[in-house]
Structure formats: structure tokens, C-alpha cells
Design a protein around this ligand. Sequence first.
Ligand SMILES: [Zn+2]
Ligand SMILES: [Zn+2]
Length: 262
Amino acid sequence: MKFKKFLSIPIISVFSLMGFAYYITIFIFIQDWLGLESSSGFRNALIFSFFAFLSLFSFFVCVIRDPGHVPSSYVPDVEYSPSTDQDSTKSVSHSRRCDKCSSYKPPRAHHCRVCRRCVLRMDHHCLWINNCVGYRNYKGFLTLVLYTTVASIHSMVIVVSSGLQKDFTGRPPLKIFYISCGALMVALSFTLGTLLGWHIYLLAHNLTTIEYYEGKRAAWLARKSGQGYRHPYNVGDYKNITLVCLSLSLSLSHTYTHTNGS
Ligand SMILES: [Zn+2]
Ligand SMILES: [Zn+2]
């Protein structure tokens, strides 16, 4: 039952934080600063609600959608050689089968210890969505980070603007509440913005988080032996972005043909 996944403390915490941020932004800060009856107040509430809805929808997609398991019919192509790159050739020849779950392991698949199975194009296991981020839900994860960043920056601007025009004379508890909410939204915007920047970097280099750290080690080993290292799936910024954004929804075999044929 997929909905059982929602019964986890991190997911309940995310829902609570989303609900709290939505409530205070609309019914306290927009109401206090512009008034929900005014056209600018209504417009702000509508735009914020739009991004909040998209964030919630992407969150559901990330939690419910299977990140991509290895199909039982998958058999590695013995004729296939990904490239002349030493590291990728080595990694394929040594990892045809996962030694933990015994399934065939296509290129870029990794075994997740939490999910106890191999995940295609695994990026990382995310506690906050109680799921792996992989081949089938990576786009959902990217849109989740994008929409929540936009929504939290919008909320931060509203909270700060509302606080700046407020007269707190003789009302210290109210001042503390405003400062706390402002600090929360600044911290949230900064954290989500950093995460968004990180995934744009990975996207532009056609890397997953796991591959980034593996690549750092491979580059260090290559340097030690006087050789160069290049990520085998990096086909240039524009192609990388279109490949990840457009190809992730295609079939497994088609994606691998694209990736390795480039
Ligand atoms: Zn495995
Ligand atoms: Zn996992």
C-alpha cells in the first residue's frame, strides 16, 4: 500500500511545516500587510497558493512514484561497451549483478540499503519523502525543490515586508513572533535555494549525487596515476539538461541507448 509511506515522522513534519507556512503567510502576514480583500493582497494570496499547490502535488509524486526498479526481464547486453573510458568499462563489467539483492544491475543503478533493492539512476535516499530519488521520480523531485524554493522566497518577502511596516510598541510577544517567522522563512529559502543550485549543477553535468562523490574519488585516483578523468555521461551542458528533462520519462532501454550512444 503506497499510502503507508505517508505514515512517517519526516513526512508528517513536512506536511505540518507546509500547513503552518501556508496558514501564516496567507491568513496572518498577507492579511496584516495588504488585506485579503485588496487586489494586491488577493493577487499575492493567489500566486502563493498556486506554488504551494504545485509543491504539494510534486511532493505526492515524489513519495508515491516508484523511483525505478530493475525490470525482472532485464538482462545486460554482453556485446555492449559503454565507452572507451576505463572507469565506466570497469564498473559495468564488475557490477552485472548486485551482491546484496542479486538482481542485474544496469549502468547507473545503485543498491539502496533503506529500500533494500537496486534503484535505476539512483540519486540518493531522501528521508523527507521516505523514498529513493531515482530514474522515475527525479523530475518530480526537481520540480518539488523548484516550487518550494519559489513559494518560500515569496513567503519570506511577505513576512519581512509585513514586519517592516508593523508598529510593535508595547507588544514584545508579537515582535518575537514576527522575528521567529521571518527567521524561519529566511532559513527555509536559503536551504531550499542551495539545494536547487546543487541540483542545477548536477543536471548541467548529467551527474547524480552518488556519481558526484564517486567521480571525485575516481578523479583523485586518476590524478595519482597521472591520468585524466571525465564523467562518462557528461555530453555538454545543454544536452545534459535536455537528456535528463526529456529522456527520464522514456523507457529504460531507450534512455540507456541515448546515454551511451552519445
Ligand atoms: Zn541491489
Ligand atoms: Zn531508497
